[in-house]
Design a binder for this molecule. Structure first.
Ligand SMILES: Nc1ncnc2c1ncn2[C@@H]1O[C@H](COP(=O)(O)OP(=O)(O)OP(=O)(O)O)[C@@H](O)[C@H]1O
Ligand SMILES: [Mg+2]
Length: 443
């Protein structure tokens, strides 16, 4: 359970227990006080009636209100001298003080005041007194009962506000990319959470160093591999004139293909490592992606011809953006190269500009396409969906996506509607900072 909910439930439970305790305590206290107040009232009326010249009987008896006081005044005689309700006869008591009597099927609270020959008795129905006391007690409890849920609401609001900075940190962290190792901002972080954020920042900094070391190792290893691989290719070339016989030449062909694959893999790894470490001279200049695609096509035309494919370009509109021409050329080359590589001879590869409200480049081929669940997986490093005998490293699309992300370009793959080939789409972001106006931007 979240910290917010557990603290809210715990404090709300404490509030409920305290509230119920306070309500019960005030209920009993107010009820006791009400009884005391009514007793005092009986005493005061008795003192008043002792001196009163007359008491008019039956003045209020017709109304028969239960909470009316019954007053009886006795002199020497056996029957009361005066009474506010002669129909009810409270038995005469001999001493001053309170007593409870049952008369006319009702319980009465009676106060008797004796002075010389005269006795005054003031009586009140216990039922009416209890009702009055209950009423007063409930009046005291009601505000407490109403205040408990109101306090819960305020409590919820306070906990929400207190926990808000934590929520902000969580949102900031979840919005980060996996490669982002910059420290989490500590401004506005509550002091209780600060040690946690500081520890996370230390961890991030160590992580960044480790990642950096790893990238440098891959980059150095790939770089170091290039020299012996070049030497190996040269040696194979030198062996060619000396090789006699078809069998030896076939062996040399295999060797040459192996060296070529190793060189390609090394180059791809080096390129990816450079992209991820952000090294290499980068320029962000205003350019047209369509023009770059055209240049790539001119470059790849011989490969298309050799494979018996028809490669064409439809450039209907400009696709302006600010970027690094070499990287963007690599991105386009990798995509067009894939289309040429995986489309069987006789097929068609079309490169066109997108101008349907969005801006970008679309590369369509007539190859086998991809299983829908692989359309994203092929961007993973070293993931290949092609048969083993088809050459490739599985790094081309990872490189392409890395370049695209660095330029704010959305790169997606989709099958053609009738599954008659693959469509690779590059859509330029409409963000102004990535636009042509960007000129020299960050590396
Ligand atoms: N146009 C395409 N048609 C069908 N499959 C494709 C297409 N483009 C890519 N693929 C699949 O995606 C996989 C990954 O492609 P990617 O470019 O990353 O690596 P590669 O082509 O195998 O090797 P590299 O590009 O590094 O030489 C390929 O192995 C292939 O199975
Ligand atoms: Mg490829």
């Amino acid at each position: 359970m979240s910290l917010r909910w557990s603290s809210l439930i715990a404090i709300a439970a404490v509030l409920l227990v305290v509230g119920i305790g306070a309500a019960l305590a005030s209920y009993f206290a107010v009820r006791r006080e009400a009884h005391r107040f009514l007793d005092k009232q009986l005493q005061q009326v008795a003192v008043y009636a002792l001196d009163a010249r007359s008491l008019r009987p039956a003045v209020r008896s017709t109304r028969n209100r239960e909470d009316d006081l019954l007053v009886q005044v006795w002199d020497g005689a056996d029957a009361p001298m005066r009474s506010t309700n002669p129909a009810i006869a409270i038995p005469r008591s001999s001493g001053t003080g309170f007593s409870n009597e049952t008369v006319a099927r009702h319980d009465w609270r009676v106060y008797t005041l004796v002075e010389g020959e005269r006795t005054v008795q003031i009586a009140q129905q216990i039922e009416a007194r209890t009702e009055l006391a209950e009423h007063a007690a409930l009046g005291a409890v009601l505000p407490i009962i109403i205040l408990i849920p109101v306090a819960w609401l305020f409590l919820g609001l306070v906990i929400y506000l207190v926990m808000k900075p934590l929520g902000r940190i969580a949102v900031t962290l979840s919005a980060r990319s996996a490669a982002d190792t910059t420290p989490i901002p500590v401004a506005g972080v509550p002091s209780e959470v600060l040690p946690l954020v500081t520890a996370m920042n230390h961890l991030l900094s160590r992580l960044q160093q480790t990642l950096e070391r790893q990238r440098r190792f891959i980059s150095d290893a790939a770089h170091e591999l290039r020299t012996p691989l070049t030497a190996l290719s040269l040696q194979i070339g030198n062996l060619r004139p000396l090789a006699r016989g078809a069998a030896l030449n076939a062996r040399l062909d295999d060797l040459e293909a192996g060296a070529r694959r190793a060189t390609h893999l090394t180059n791809q790894m080096l390129q990816l490592a450079r992209l991820e470490s952000g090294t290499g001279e980068l320029t962000h200049k205003p350019l047209d992606l369509g023009a770059l695609a055209e240049a790539c096509i001119a470059h790849l035309e011989p490969i298309a011809k050799a494979r018996g494919l028809h490669l064409s370009m439809r450039r209907n509109s400009e696709v302006p953006l600010a970027g690094d021409a070499r990287q963007l050329q690599t991105l386009l080359t990798n995509l067009i190269d894939n289309a040429l590589h995986y489309t069987p001879p006789g097929g068609e590869v079309t490169v066109e500009t997108v101008d349907d409200g969005r801006r970008g480049i679309r590369i369509t081929d007539t190859g086998p396409g991809l299983e829908p669940e692989l359309l994203e997986r092929v961007f993973e490093r070293f993931f290949r969906a092609a048969p083993q005998h088809v050459e490739g490293t599985g790094l081309g699309l990872a490189i392409a996506r890395s370049i695209a992300q660095g330029h704010g370009i959305a790169l997606t793959l989709a099958n053609r509607a009738d599954r008659s080939g693959l469509v690779a789409e590059l859509l330029v972001s409409a963000r102004p900072d990535r636009d042509i106006a960007g000129g020299q931007a960050e590396a």
